[in-house]
Write a protein of this length. Structure first.
Length: 116
């Protein structure tokens, strides 16, 4: 089971950009599909973006399509979430998730705050 560390969050004005990183430990990271989720105050955790094991296929929630890009570097055991044109409604704690069959791991989360 991989261990995940999320980073890159912060405070940014609307229209700005941030890049989140999910660093994994363990030799089998390339076997895991990886996703980013987010949880805003008083809301349920929601899927944001996902990437398959090789990085050849990605998926996004409709609200971030065209603004966010997920990518992975298996040589560096890292997944990135590039977030552009940020909006106040993107404010949340963002969590990295790695899944292989029934085994999954979560990062500790990184706070993203977008001011209007």
């Amino acid at each position: 089971q991989v261990q995940l560390v999320d980073s890159g969050g912060g405070l940014v004005q609307a229209g700005g950009s941030l890049r989140l990183s999910c660093a994994a430990s363990g030799p089998t990271f390339s076997s895991y599909a990886v996703s980013w989720f987010r949880q805003a105050p008083r809301k349920e955790r929601e899927f944001v973006a996902g990437v398959n094991r090789s990085g050849s296929s990605t998926a996004y929630v409709d609200s971030v399509k065209g603004r966010f890009t997920i990518a992975r570097d298996n040589a560096k055991n890292t997944v990135f979430l590039q977030m552009n044109s940020l909006k106040p409604e993107d404010t949340a704690v963002y969590y990295c998730n790695a899944r292989l069959l029934r085994v999954e791991s979560w990062g500790q989360g990184t706070q993203v705050t977008v001011s209007s």
